[in-house]
Design a binder for this molecule. Structure first.
Ligand SMILES: Cc1cc2nc3c(=O)[nH]c(=O)nc-3n(C[C@H](O)[C@H](O)[C@H](O)COP(=O)(O)OP(=O)(O)OC[C@H]3O[C@@H](n4cnc5c(N)ncnc54)[C@H](O)[C@@H]3O)c2cc1C
Ligand code: FES
Ligand code: FES
Length: 474
């Protein structure tokens, strides 16, 4: 899949390597897009991976005057947990909340989402509506590009082979501005957008619209704005008539394709529905953001991307040992460097408890803890395990004592064929570490990345509830 894997410990080293390897190299952040593209042979020229996830400080969300800045390792869970984004850039928080499931959001970055450039990628619509810019750096210097000009076609960007994105910046919403993002997927988690939309409006004292930016995703080769609908709002208040007419105008612009997720006709109709729903939300004094209080993140206590740094840049080729700690035991393994962490754990570390259900990040059977956060191990390159801490289902028990979630699964008979069980146990253990007494909604969200083909969900949820009670008693 790849020949050489660098783990760099500074941006300047990443830029030097990009300059040296050009089209044959790619940066990896969360890896949730890149690992699949490499496995599917969609990047035939790429044989060198440059991992930036050991560079400290790149996961910061900061406010500079009235400008918000995201570093290149800000992931979707960082955004959902950020009070700054929730209060000053709500559409981005809503979009990040809709991405994948907790294990995906713990690794997947905003920058990775922007660069993959699918018209269905959720954070592009809000960031264009918010007026975002990208900072692109190379050994030759920096340039700043408006996000809407970054896309040159379907899944294409103007990023040069020797460049990386070092920041996303955008104005924080002012007091007279409100914004909202909405997505239609075929299910409530792990769903690609059939249509998504963002609207950012400015208002005067009489609640008339003074500025409007409206973006649509998944209805054209790139994210589009709808100027006719935007213009129609200027000077108007959000009455039911205005809302309905604006939604109609917004649905005239796109010419979507038919695909497995929806017909063009359905998508066009859904644009109307989403825009009307968004405008009704923006017309109210209190917006229902749709993000629950204290959502389960499955990321433990330390939310920094870099928990264990590297003394120096590492180069992994076919025979460089991976030295790491698994279930509290230091190990050094000389094989499997080109595999995913899932396959490396099963084949080379000889820990078969972690299961492969889909190898696409969809089922959660491969969930492990990487440096304290639950992740899908099929989405992680094995060399990322070097100098890290990994916990697999084999490490959940404490000496001879089963973890409360394991005991509860036995007590509640929450196992049928058992194939999904290791993944559910890992999600459950991390949830209970994070929230002592999770409610039904929090339990449901915590397992939104875990699929059970035997569909034993009632028993599984009961086991989660029992484990929480047992934990409180102990
Ligand atoms: C199961 C599953 C569910 C998903 N659900 C959703 C969803 O609901 N909505 C959605 O929008 N997406 C979804 N995705 C897609 C994916 O998770 C996101 O696009 C994610 O944000 C990508 O970020 P990453 O850090 O993992 O990117 P990576 O895979 O690390 O990188 C993606 C691309 O960006 C490049 N890159 C990354 N960082 C930089 C940088 N700083 N400079 C230059 N190049 C860089 C890489 O070289 C690569 O080409 C899903 C993926 C999976 C597997
Ligand atoms: S999510 Fe990794 S095997 Fe299914
Ligand atoms: S118990 Fe069989 S897949 Fe869940």
């Amino acid at each position: 899949m790849w020949e050489t894997y660098y783990s760099v410990n500074s941006i300047s080293e990443a830029l030097a390597l990009l300059d040296e390897y050009q089209e044959t190299a790619r940066i990896v952040a969360g890896g949730t897009d890149l690992i699949l593209e490499l496995e599917r042979g969609q990047r035939p020229t790429v044989n060198t991976i440059i991992d930036i996830t050991r560079v400290a400080g790149l996961d910061q969300i900061t406010l500079h005057g009235e400008t918000i800045r995201l570093g290149p390792l800000v992931n979707h869970n960082h955004v959902v947990a950020s009070e700054l984004i929730l209060t000053r850039a709500l559409p981005l928080a809503q979009a990040s909340w809709e991405v994948g499931a907790p294990q995906i959001r713990n690794r997947a970055t905003i920058v990775g989402n922007l660069i993959t450039a699918s018209p269905a990628n959720d954070t592009i619509t809000p960031l264009i509506a918010l007026g975002a810019q990208l900072t692109l750096a190379s050994v030759d210097g920096e340039r700043t590009v408006p996000l809407r000009e970054f896309y040159s076609g379907f899944r294409q960007t103007i990023l040069r082979p020797n460049e990386m994105v070092t920041a996303v910046t955008f104005p924080a919403l002012a007091e007279n501005e409100r914004g909202f993002f909405m997505k239609l997927g075929l299910r409530r988690a792990q769903a690609i957008s059939v249509v998504d939309a963002s609207v950012v409006l400015g208002f005067d004292e009489s609640d008339a619209v003074t500025s409007a930016r409206m973006t649509l995703g998944s209805v054209a080769p790139t994210i589009i704005r709808v100027p006719v609908a935007e213009q129609a709002l200027i000077g108007k208040t959000l009455t039911p008539e205005t809302i309905s007419e604006t939604a109609r105008l917004a649905s005239l612009t796109p010419e979507p394709i038919d695909d497995v997720r929806g017909t063009a006709e359905y998508r066009t109709e859904m644009v109307k529905v989403l825009i009307a729903r968004i405008l009704r939300q923006l017309a109210q004094d209190t917006i229902d953001a749709g993000i629950p209080d204290n959502p389960p993140m499955l990321w433990g206590d330390n939310h920094a991307t870099v928990k264990i740094g590297l003394a120096e840049t590492l180069k992994h080729t076919g025979d460089t040992p991976i030295e790491t700690t698994i279930n509290g035991t230091p190990v050094e393994i000389n094989t499997g460097q080109h595999k995913s962490l899932l396959h490396w754990l099963r084949d080379d570390a000889k820990l078969p408890g972690t299961k492969e259900g889909c190898a696409e990040g969809e089922c959660g059977a491969c969930t492990v803890f990487l440096d304290g956060a639950a992740v899908m191990s099929c989405m992680v390159h094995a060399p990322r395990a070097h100098n890290a801490e990994i916990v697999t289902v084999e490490g959940l028990r404490d000496d001879e004592q089963l973890h409360p979630i394991q005991s509860a699964f036995i007590q509640e008979s929450a196992v049928q064929c058992g194939y999904c069980t290791p993944g559910f146990l890992m999600s459950g253990a991390k949830l209970l570490e994070e929230i002592d007494s999770p409610n039904q909604e929090q339990i449901n969200y915590s397992i939104s990345g875990n699929l059970c083909r035997c569909t034993g969900y009632y028993k599984i949820v009961q086991a989660f509830q029992e484990a929480s009670k047992a934990k409180q008693k102990s």
